[in-house]
Design a protein around this ligand. Structure first.
Ligand code: SAH
Length: 505
């Protein structure tokens, strides 16, 4: 392994890190990253790896470049494998070349993992191919950072203007008026298309197309700032036809997810696929039980049960953890029929080799009983691995229907340890457009963490979404009515309802 990996972290969309980049982060003892590199990648770092933020944003350098170099070298000399994450590609205006030279001078080894550069990716997400046979034979990446008051420009404005290349300017928003003026002076037509893409590939992406003559005024009017890419050339005219990313219904919408961190990822994924900026505010902590003797006993005697009903992915996760500890696997359930209360729970079972015998068409306890009755649950022994404290409707209704029910706690939930500060900060900054509740406990815990007056103050600026009627009823206890409640009480149903709310707004 080299001493240092210089890794291109891509332009913002976490899916645009390369597989090799991910592998390099996983193998590192220290991860050094700056503001353009998406911090979600830190989750790939191994436990105990040192995480160092070195900032760097136009104007407020938290750590100057020479100090960053010294730091990387010092960490590598400690014998650590250092992953240096840089936004986009490390060698495209990232000063990665200088960092690499310093490493060589220090006698250290390094490898470069190229990344998806913003000039190509932000353009593509905005619907602009940087080359296209009908428009241009070449593309040119240019720094727009050069001080416009400098007497002698190192730029070859004449060549840029004559080249017919698509011109892609990085770090150029401040100098946009100067860039446009110089290009026109050097012969590019005043009506040549110009596009700006702000925070391309992220949920905050915005873009517009204008002309060399009008782009500076338009950028000011629309308040475009760094980080933005400037694209000059005929290809920009394709944006309206080929734009796709900005059509996502929830683009730029801040959606607060209140469920436990362990459960948040599937919801977050659906929301992000719709373009949302997901703000995770877990109100529930999922904890293992202090003692699993009862679970072990139940696993030993699984053959006694006709049905095992899983009510959540947490239930599946914790049940399987114990199963595995006991050296057992899916075959332990071989003699039982298995039900999953929702599609996510069903998927969690499928991942473990179990195709559920029953998944109810509607995801509330009441309709589960109906379906199970049809499958002959009457008289059967039923095991329900679930949270220690949960709604009793399902076991009670099943018992009433003639089943012999045993509830088996496999985990417990509690209040998350977070304070309200992070949430209140999002509220103040206007980052929150939706607050979502996916169970009664998320509502109760949320209002234990956040004073309800605080939410009431900003009620007009945001929408509240509840997954189903039971959750909505709990919300009513705190004096709020949901703006959104999907007909289909599932995570995808909830996400689709948010999208619909934005579309019809
Ligand atoms: N190494 C990076 C570029 C670093 S220079 C890369 O290959 O992408 C910083 C400039 O990159 C910013 O000023 C901006 O012009 C551009 N940039 C980086 N990320 C961007 C993004 N997501 N959207 C638009 N421009 C971006």
């Amino acid at each position: 392994m080299p001493n240092v990996y210089l890794i291109g972290a891509g332009p913002g969309d976490p899916g645009l890190l390369t597989l090799k980049g991910k592998k390099a982060i996983e193998s590192a003892d220290a991860v050094v990253y700056d503001y353009l590199a998406n911090p979600v990648f830190l989750k790939y770092a191994k436990p105990g790896a040192e995480i160092i933020y070195v900032g760097k944003k136009g104007g407020d350098h938290t750590l100057p470049q020479d100090k960053i170099n010294e730091l990387i070298i010092a960490k590598a000399r400690e014998g650590k494998v250092v992953a240096r994450l840089k936004g986009g590609d490390p060698y495209v205006f990232g000063r990665g070349g200088e960092e690499a030279e310093e490493l060589v001078a220090a006698g250290l080894t390094f490898e470069v993992v190229p990344g998806v550069t913003a000039g190509v990716a932000a353009a593509a997400y905005a619907g602009i191919p940087v080359t296209h046979r009908a428009f241009t034979p070449s593309v040119c990446f240019i720094t727009g950072h050069e001080d416009p008051t400098k007497e002698e420009s190192t730029h070859h404005w004449e060549s840029y203007a004559k080249s017919a290349s698509t011109l892609v300017f990085y770090m150029g928003v401040k100098n946009l008026p100067d860039i446009c003026a110089r290009l026109m002076a050097a012969g590019r037509p005043a009506d040549e298309p110009v596009a700006l893409v702000y925070r391309g590939t992220s949920c905050r992406q915005r873009s517009f197309v204008s002309t060399l003559k009008d782009a500076p005024a338009e950028a000011r009017r629309l308040k475009f700032t760094a980080p933005s890419i400037i694209i000059v050339g005929g290809v920009c005219s394709l944006r309206d036809t080929l734009g796709w990313f900005e059509r996502r219904p929830l683009l730029g919408q801040g959606v607060v997810v209140t469920r436990a961190r362990e459960q948040a990822s599937d919801f977050a994924q659906v929301l992000e696929d719709l373009g949302a900026c997901v703000l995770e505010f877990p109100t529930i902590a999922v904890k293992p039980l202090p003692d699993y003797a009862e679970v072990r006993e139940a696993v030993e005697n699984l053959r006694d049960y006709g049905w095992v009903i899983f009510t959540s992915t947490n239930g599946v996760d914790h049940f399987w953890r114990i199963l595995k500890d006991m050296g057992r696997d899916a075959r332990a359930l071989g003699g039982c029929r298995v039900a999953a209360i929702g599609p996510a729970t069903a998927d969690a079972l499928r991942e473990r080799g179990i195709e559920p015998d029953f998944v109810p068409p509607k995801y509330v306890a009441e309709s589960v009983v109906e379906g199970l009755l049809a499958l002959g649950v009457k008289g059967a022994k039923v095991l329900i691995p679930r949270a220690k404290v949960a709604r009793e409707v399902l076991p009670e209704e099943l018992a009433r229907a003639g089943a012999e029910v045993r509830v088996l706690p496999v985990y417990e939930t509690g209040l998350a340890e977070a304070g309200p500060d992070e949430f209140l900060e999002w509220l103040t900054r206007g980052d929150v457009q939706f607050v979502t509740f996916t169970s009664s406990s998320t509502v109760e815990n949320f209002f234990t963490l956040v004073p309800k007056e605080k939410l009431a103050e900003r009620r007009a600026d945001l929408k509240i979404a509840c997954i189903g009627p039971v959750t909505a009823k709990t919300l009513a206890r705190f004096g709020f009515t949901p703006d959104i409640s999907p007909e289909d009480y599932t995570i995808p149903g909830l996400a689709a309802a948010l999208a619909k709310a934005v579309e019809s707004a």
